[in-house]
Design a protein around this ligand. Structure first.
Ligand SMILES: Nc1ncnc2c1ncn2[C@@H]1O[C@H](COP(=O)(O)OP(=O)(O)OP(=O)(O)O)[C@@H](O)[C@H]1O
Length: 289
């Protein structure tokens, strides 16, 4: 049984000019212990699809799916109380902006201990001990002292380590990492990526890595979903995707990597892709042989 199975997910938002479809009939699944990358440019609906799974979209969103199963359990009709028990415990998510994701009014120690209190019911002493252990696990120096820091007293990389510690606090079965390194300095990006991958390997949790960066895909993923304008353009295991991409959009993404540049100008996706996700009559969805 897949850990997460989504079929034909569509998400629409009501806007002043009518309904806007951010996710259009996307299907995907993640197995236990697998790393699935969702790649696509900004606005392709990567985050919205995962926020729909987490139940974190505003009420203005209209979500439909033929299937949305977590460990075989239907997430579509789940009550808010049951969802709250599951989110943060069995499924956790880390976001692009670590400082914005933390509450500025509370110490990071309080924030991680709240998760341990609510989901695991640990008493004060056990919470503190586990929080220190988690901070140590994510490589925060002086974990005992760090617990008393407010988010603004820490760097972006340290805040992301706190977010990761909070996310893994209850040993989730699935971690969704939404562009976890995009907002960080280049030197820190690799450290955070390595940390997430080391934790994934150690715990065997399923991991969904949302990214626009093909380098991150190459370094992390077992399997890849390529998304464009809310639609899934292609899905393949990572080697096949890089060696034999099928969709024109994936080919364009790969051709636009700086290391593949040949002329005196860096190439862009639009040099290779006309921006039309509609299939030609003889082709699959944006796919050429
Ligand atoms: N609450 C909302 N109301 C209306 N439109 C929204 C809302 N949230 C997201 N969208 C729109 O849905 C589309 C998909 O957004 P999404 O954040 O999933 O993109 P993304 O692929 O994750 O890109 P990024 O990497 O920039 O986050 C965008 O056009 C965005 O403006």
């Amino acid at each position: 049984m897949a850990l997460l199975q989504i079929e034909n997910l569509t998400v629409e938002f009501e806007t002043a000019s009518g309904w806007f479809r951010a996710v259009d009939g996307v299907s995907m699944s993640v197995e236990k212990g697998e790393v699935l990358a969702i790649v696509g440019e900004s606005g392709s609906g990567k985050s919205v699809a995962m926020l729909a799974v987490m139940g974190l979209l505003p009420w203005t969103a209209k979500i439909t799916a033929d299937r949305m199963l977590f460990e075989g359990r239907d997430m579509r009709g789940i009550s808010p109380a049951d969802r709250r028990k599951m989110i943060g415990k069995d499924i956790a998510m880390i976001f692009q902006e670590p400082i914005a994701s933390l509450n500025p009014c509370f110490t990071v120690g309080f924030q991680i201990e709240e998760v341990l209190r609510i989901h695991l019911g640990l008493d004060k002493k056990a919470r503190r001990a586990r929080a220190i252990e988690l901070f140590r696990q994510v490589g925060l120096p002086n974990p005992e002292e760090r617990l008393n820091s407010f988010p603004h007293q820490m760097s972006g990389g340290q805040c992301q380590r706190v977010m990761i510690a909070i996310a893994i606090a209850c040993n989730p079965k699935l971690l969704i990492a939404d562009e976890p390194t995009t907002a960080l300095d280049v030197t820190i990006q690799k450290q955070i990526l390595d940390l997430i991958m080391a934790l994934q390997a150690k715990t065997g949790m399923g991991l969904i890595m949302i990214t626009h960066d093909m380098g991150v895909v190459a370094e992390t993923a077992d399997r890849v979903v390529v998304q464009y304008k809310g639609r899934k353009m292609e899905e393949a295991d990572v080697l096949t995707l890089f060696e034999n991409p099928k969709s024109n959009y994936t080919k364009a993404l790969l051709a636009a990597l700086p290391e593949n540049a040949t002329g005196d100008r860096l190439t862009t996706v639009s040099d290779f892709f006309d921006g039309n996700p509609e299939p030609a009559p003889s082709e699959g969805l944006g796919v050429t042989a």
